[in-house]
Design a protein around this ligand. Sequence first.
Ligand code: PLP
Length: 362
Amino acid sequence: MQPRDLSATSPYVPGRGIEEVARDLGLDPTDLIKLSSNENPHGSSPKAVEAVHQQADDGLHVYPKASHTDLTEKLAAKWGVADEQIWVSPGADGAIDYLSRAMLEPGQSVLVPDPGFSYYRMSTRHHHGEINEYELSKADGFEQTADLVLDSYDGERIIHITSPHNPTGSEWTREEIRTLLDEVDDETLVVVDEAYGEYSEEPSSIDLLSEFDNLAVLRTFSKAYGLAGLRIGYAAVPESWADAYARVNTPFAANEVACRAALAALDDDDHVEQSVDSAQWAREYMQENLDAPTFDSAANFVLADVGDASRVAEASQRAGVIIRDCSSFGLPGCVRISCGTREQTKTAVETLNEIVAEVTPT
Ligand SMILES: *Cc1c(COP(=O)(O)O)cnc(C)c1O
């Protein structure tokens, strides 16, 4: 037999991992710097690591129940919303699925950014939805505005917006988000993806949930909190339909260890603050020192216009610095470089500048 027709679903293309690249190139993994997946170069909070060890000792044989409730309550208190409004999920990706499940009838359409995060499309396809796109323009620095989205809007059931945006780093202002929410149909859900929200100076849209009930906001522990390996995130949704969670969530999908680690990470403001400060430094360093045009970024990465992205990314990898070729995002001229530690970032810039000098015809 065969699966159903999946030809319209493109496989997810992750940033390449250290072990994989080391094997391919016959290099020692410890000689490689991975700046291709926007992970936290400073690792996880020590408090979260301790919680993981503790949970292993306490036992892993029981379904996660209390920890899930505790995490929901803590997040609700953090954001000043009711407990039901926090949909804990396996990564923000899991929350995207929960929202697709809750909202989409087969054949309804979803408006997604191009370039943009590919899981919006995948999740839509999995739930038998159709995809329409709005385009962020390189010439305009990938600026994101309500008008840009509304120009392409045709009554879609869901609109995905990303702020700060992956892979460009551009962001929405509160004013523009408010305009978009005002202008779209009451039956159109606007999903604001704040996976990189901690790195931005714009406020979260979560407080707009008190005014709009066609809004959902995504957050994750994968980036600033440094827990990507544990798969834990959440959506914040309006009170009026928050109870749908009980019908759409995969039972116990947010696991015990992840919930415990997330709870501990929420108590370690220093770790997040240091991670954010470090990313800000790295962002500025790259923007000032890379010999290629870069775009403004409010996230923990910088997009650079290097001309031939696949060639530059490949040469960089051979030289020990793994970065993200953005061809699969529809940007064949650009690479995305995650913010590393100071040392990693300096090495990356030096390496890339040598490669760009060789690859770019003078
Ligand atoms: C990393 C990322 C996510 C979610 O990641 P999870 O690890 O599933 O929490 C969501 N949206 C964007 C734009 C991202 O870059």
